[in-house]
Design a protein around this ligand. Structure first.
Ligand code: FAD
Length: 408
């Protein structure tokens, strides 16, 4: 047997790292504190696991939010096609859905986890479940001592930290790797929730709970500076807003956390102000003898109407034929710029990913080895990299895991 390698964390990053090292004849032990592998992977893609994305590597990189250039080597060394091919070797067939998202044909994340488990076994990895690592110490140039929570101590030549982020802690991702890395002298950049719903200050938002708006544009501002813009689906909740474009927004605005952030929804992004006014005029002609509150049903979802009426300066019982030009123009502006104030993110435990982590400046991007401690490697979400939704975060885990396993 070759070098003894410890991989800490049985998520996608740790599993690929361990199996890759095992395939090179190394003596690998994979430690996972849960009683099974891939507990977080199990809940990905609402239990269907959005395995990766079928885009070109450049498109994958485009969807990385922080430290894109750090991932070039990893993404070219172990690609989206590589994971698809690997899974197919273990009987998992895949399909491509909207937005190039790749899922297992069976729609079961458990099939993906089982395939990775078989990959580990085939490559001779010793899987140690229910084994929580408490500390890692470097003894000399070639030896690490690992202490387990059951008071056991074990010795290894190389260590790969693949402990994940800090969210959905019941899956095991409790942020232990940040502590291990810090104790080795690594810097941990600010840990913040990403891909997380937002709490909104205004009370009227609560009245919209459950309403999904499909084709809207969202923009976020700090003062006059636009810090984010996207088009797509938004969902109102009892605390604020969620849905795909809000999750994406959170990943970009979290660096402005603490500033006053305004969020604006354009409810009619396909219409210019002039066209929207013409559209409203048509409805107003049709409903000229009705009250304002009964004139918006062709324009807006039912749930939104009372809120828009309240926020507008037009009295709800005003007859449509008495609405002035100025009032109409104001209504146009309101529909093009429904403004809300960001209050907070939901707690980090609800984040799809953690932004921040072990600084990429201190990790060799072509090997995943620490630049501070030789023989120590990092893989997956514990590193300061994260991406939008679409399968990119799991691809980060496999690609960085692969490089760590190859080079340890
Ligand atoms: P993790 O998957 O978090 O694995 C880390 C492992 O380390 C855990 O099993 C943990 O128990 C173990 N561990 C931690 N500390 C110790 C210790 N001290 N000793 C021993 N073991 C330890 N991404 C996608 O690309 N597609 C999706 O569809 C998708 N959906 C998601 C849905 C949800 C609800 C969530 C929360 C995330 C989703 N993600 C998705 C993100 C993706 O799951 C993560 O980015 C990915 O799992 C990170 O992989 P990892 O191996 O780095 O860490």
């Amino acid at each position: 047997m070759g070098k003894r390698i410890a991989v800490i964390g049985g998520g996608p990053a740790g599993m690929i790292a361990a199996a890759t090292a095992g395939s090179l004849g190394k003596d690998v032990v994979l430690f996972e504190k849960n009683n099974k592998l891939g507990k977080k992977m199990f809940i990905t893609g609402k239990g269907r696991c959005n395995i990766t994305n079928a885009g070109e590597v450049d498109e994958l990189i485009d969807n990385i939010v922080s430290n894109k250039s750090f991932l070039y080597s990893a993404f070219y060394s172990f690609t989206n096609n590589d994971i698809v091919e690997l899974l197919s070797q273990y009987g998992v067939e895949t399909k491509i859905e909207r937005g190039n998202r790749i899922f297992p044909v069976s729609n079961k994340s458990s099939d993906v986890i089982r395939a990775l488990e078989r990959h580990l076994i085939k490559n001779g990895v010793k899987i140690e479940l229910n084994k929580e690592i408490k500390s890692i110490e470097k003894l000399d140039d070639k030896n690490f001592k690992i202490a387990l929570s059951n008071s056991e101590e074990q010795y290894f030549n190389k260590v790969i930290i693949a402990t994940g982020g800090k969210s959905y802690q019941q899956t095991g991702s409790t942020g232990d790797g940040y502590v291990f890395a810090k104790n080795f002298g690594h810097s941990i950049t600010d840990l913040k929730p990403a891909l997380i719903p937002c709490i909104i200050k205004e009370d009227w938002v609560k009245e919209l709970q459950g309403l999904a708006l499909r084709n809207v544009r969202i923009s976020a501002y700090v003062g006059n500076k636009k810090i984010f813009e996207d088009f797509g689906e938004l969902l109102f909740t009892h605390y604020g807003v969620s849905g795909p474009i809000v999750l994406s927004m959170s990943s970009y605005i979290n660096k402005y956390y603490g500033s006053e952030i305004k969020i604006s929804i354009d409810l009619k992004p396909s219409l210019t102000n002039e066209r929207l006014e013409m559209r409203i005029l048509r409805d107003f002609e049709k409903y000229s003898k009705k009250q304002f509150k009964n004139s918006l049903e062709n324009l807006l979802p039912r749930k939104l109407i009372p809120v828009i009426i309240k926020l507008s300066s037009i009295a709800e019982d005003k007859f449509v034929n008495q609405i002035t030009r100025e009032e109409r123009k104001e209504l146009v502006l309101l529909l093009k710029n429904l403004e809300m104030s960001f209050s907070d993110f939901r707690p980090i435990d609800e984040a799809i990913v953690t932004s921040g982590g072990v600084s990429t400046k201190e990790i060799d991007s072509s090997t995943m080895e620490s630049k501070i401690v030789r023989g120590l490697f990092f893989a997956g979400e514990v590193i300061d990299v994260h991406a939008l939704t679409g399968g990119y975060n799991l691809q980060i885990a496999y690609s960085t895991g692969y490089l760590a396993g190859l080079n340890c």
